[in-house]
Design a protein around this ligand. Sequence first.
Ligand code: AMP
Ligand code: MG
Length: 519
Amino acid sequence: MENLSAKQFKRNFVDTFPGDSSGDLHPRQTPGMLYSKAVPTAVRKPELIAWSAELADSLGIAEPNSDDIQVLGGNLVTPTMYPYAACYAGHQFGNWAGQLGDGRAITLGEWENPNGNTWELQLKGAGPTAYSRRADGRAVLRSSVREYLMSEAMHHLGVPTTRALALVTTGEMVTRDMFYDGRAADEPGAIVMRTAPSFLRFGNFEMLAARNEIDNLTQLVNWTIERFYPHLNGEDKVLHWFGEVVERTATMIVEWQRVGFVHGVMNTDNMSVLGLTIDYGPYSFLDNYDPDFTPNTTDLPGKRYAFGKQANIAYWNLSRLANALIPLISDKDQLESELRKYEDFYWAKYYAMMADKLGMDGIYNEDDVRLLAEFEQVLATIQPDMTIFYQLLIDLPTSLATAEDVVNFFRSSFYGEPDPTEVAQLYTLIKSYQARLRANTCTREDSVLRMKKANPRFILRNYLLHMAIEELQRGENTLFLKLQQALKDPYSRSHDEFFTIRPGWATQQAGCSMLSCSS
Ligand code: AMP
Ligand code: MG
């Protein structure tokens, strides 16, 4: 175990690529550069609010001492660290946005763990960088708690994600206009230390292609492959690498659909080339099953990033990455065909995932596919609580004889009373489903086991986060600690105090259903 403040950090990325080492924090364009040096701006009083002990153990990071807490607050940069903000671009809400870059994330260095893997350690909210544009480079407690808890929750759900190691408050206030209505208010500031093998995004590659920096682009692709896809080599390695990014992205999205996660801001600067869920902003789990739900108030007019659109958006984002790789690939048709494989990957993974969720031993024929479509349609119509509905389904008795029995059985998952047509639909669906379960070749026990592994029982709902954040802002951490514990064991019944639908008061409350990007 080594301390953050005593560690010899690696700095392979900054040593490999051209960067602006001036340390100038004024906003600007940085052509020719993949990063700009950015020393964190010191804060008044960093205080440790949360520490991910298991994650730290797995990386060989010792419990933080007082110097380490200064590192977490951005007040101490040790000699082997090279703090920098990465330069990337991106498509936001479907439009080319040009250079964006890490406006409030600063990578301190690469932590090499005992088995030789390196993890980028990054502070989010540690002050301005060359890419902060008109903003302050800071983060509020509200959004930092959301990123900290949710990255860990996703990890424990088994969804590929970046991780969060620590959360500190800064002892300073940050001004935010949460509702974008001119009523700015001060909120407590905070910093998350997050980590991943790499935070490289589609947008890092798009930036270099847009600037026609083909040498840099080639070098970045080669570096990414060598470090994170080392099994790929040979003439077609870029093509095969893209194919693997396509597959990993499909896996990630299917996992989101499994647990009911809506990212909310699937811009290409928020898409990891390692297939990790990255940049937790106005995300949400689905409460009521509404495929058209987007948690992001900025996304409201078009609902581009709604739950049911995530699979298509990921494909569109991958097409932007493909576009950036054109200069490196002689045969465009092959690139196109790698991109098109997304659909096959997606559906194969989606069917396997849905089979597990429903306890079916496979999706065998057109009838099975029709049954999935029927589930989708009935759930989208009745809109029961997604998590509770699937939990009830695990315990579905064979004895339910009438439509009324079926409705009563699922009642605790409903947000409203289903009308007679909906009742009839649900009854028909459940009868077809039970008939299909009887055709399973696996045992009932196997089927139940599959369902228990695929269906979370505890999800980190927005209203719970909202309540925990309000408490923390009052200096109390009871709910925060409970949630931190519950998210480690999301498939068990040990946290059933949270096993209820979203309460009525939370439906209209800001931060409980819809969120703004202000963070
Ligand atoms: P996001 O949609 O949160 O991923 O952010 C989009 C872009 O805005 C990224 O380049 C961020 O670094 C930048 N950004 C967001 N919030 C801030 C902030 N408070 N200060 C500086 N840059 C920010
Ligand atoms: Mg982002």
